[in-house]
Design a protein around this ligand. Structure first.
Ligand code: AQP
Length: 343
């Protein structure tokens, strides 16, 4: 059976980047022959400081975004990670399998830890081993991720292979990364060298899935661009993306074009064909109208769900029970393979 596992951190409100790069595709995969497991990865979120008074609500908010975007908790398993202790238990075993040299190569730690690595938490460093546990705990075969996470999926395969090799078993199947087309990396509206992120200190850098029409229009109007008109479709390369040298000269401009194309489910070349020669005075209002149109229904459904937190908690509790049903036997077999005495 093809099984998908993917996670999202409840480290803030959900952004348009999370939606276009992940959640929207997760909803589609439910209808493409996969058994889908979607997890609010709160154990990952606390690798950097999370305000205890906010974390539970952030977890509900992310859950509401998934459900409002079409992820059906009756079809898919939707739960929060801390409700299934086997994640942390398998992660410990993997901490003992993974080599320090492998972890030292992980680009995301370097990015997230910043200059002062000595002050980063041990959890942030070990994050990819917990991620490997998340996926391998369900014997997931496919992991839909953004471009930035490809390296971590490679590491999951290496950890699973090393476990199998060390213990002489064929227990953990190697998962495959699924990278989607379109806006796989939505960049900040204020600085296109950074990705759009929940935890960016500037709220103007991102569109939140809870933003109303006025906020969306304002953020797009204020998004950083340039005075040049948009070029035509000839700047698009054979892979469907803007040619790298052209992109590098105007990263903010092409970030907005890609957001438009992905929201509209149209190729970038098609969008440039429509707006060729026009400036951002024309393009931005069109993008704002499109974003408001596409996000409006999700936004309204999220608000409805968030009005009833007890219902969201019930969804998560049901999901956790289903998740434990799959994970616990796999953890028990892992413990047996490792040689732990039965509890
Ligand atoms: N800007 C983005 N463009 C495309 N995809 C994105 N994802 C996140 N940001 C973008 C994808 O969303 C999924 C869930 O991500 P996450 O919450 O686990 O962690 P993250 O990638 O670190 O997301 P944030 O919003 O930037 O969170 P913080 O600020 O807490 O670090 C992943 O599949 C991710 O690729």
């Amino acid at each position: 059976m093809k099984r998908i596992f993917s996670g999202i951190q409840p480290s803030g409100g959900v952004t348009l980047g999370n939606y276009l790069g992940a959640i929207r595709n997760w909803a589609r995969l439910q209808h493409e022959g996969f058994h889908c497991i979607y997890c609010m990865v709160d154990l990952h979120a606390v690798t950097v400081w999370q305000e205890p008074a906010l974390l539970a609500d952030q977890t509900r908010q992310v859950t509401a975004a998934l459900v409002a975007s079409g992820i059906d908790p009756k079809v898919s398993v939707v739960f929060h990670q801390s409700a299934v202790p086997a994640h942390a238990q398998l992660a410990w075993i993997f901490n003992c399998v993974v080599r320090l040299g492998w972890m030292n190569r992980m680009a995301q730690f370097k990015e997230k830890a910043g200059k002062d690595r000595e002050k980063a938490s041990l959890g942030l460093y070990a994050y990819p081993a917990l991620q490997a546990a998340d996926v391998l705990l369900y014997h997931a075969t496919h992991v839909p991720v953004g471009e930035d996470q490809k390296q971590h999926v490679e590491l999951m395969r290496d950890i699973g292979n090393k476990f199998n090799h060390d213990f002489g078993v064929d227990f953990f199947p190697p998962p495959e990364a699924m990278i989607f087309g379109g806006a796989t990396r939505v960049m900040s509206l204020r600085d296109a060298t950074k990705k759009m992120s929940k935890s960016d200190p500037s709220d103007m850098s991102r569109i939140n899935m809870t933003d109303d029409a006025d906020a969306i229009a304002l953020k797009i109007r204020k998004a950083k661009t340039d005075p040049e008109p948009l070029p035509g479709p000839d700047v698009v390369g054979p892979d469907g993306g803007v040619k790298p040298d052209v992109e590098a000269a105007r990263p903010e401009a092409f970030n907005l074009v890609r957001i438009f194309a992905t929201l509209a489910d149209r190729p970038v070349a098609d969008v440039l064909g429509e707006f060729e020669g026009q400036g951002f005075g024309r393009f931005k209002p069109a993008l704002a109208d499109l974003a408001i149109d596409k996000l409006g229904a999700i936004n309204a459904e999220m608000r409805r769900l968030l009005d009833d937190p007890a219902e969201i908690d019930r969804v998560l509790a049901d999901g956790a029970e289903k998740a434990r049903g799959i994970a616990d036997p796999i953890l028990a077999e892992t413990y047996r393979i490792v040689g732990f005495l039965k509890a």
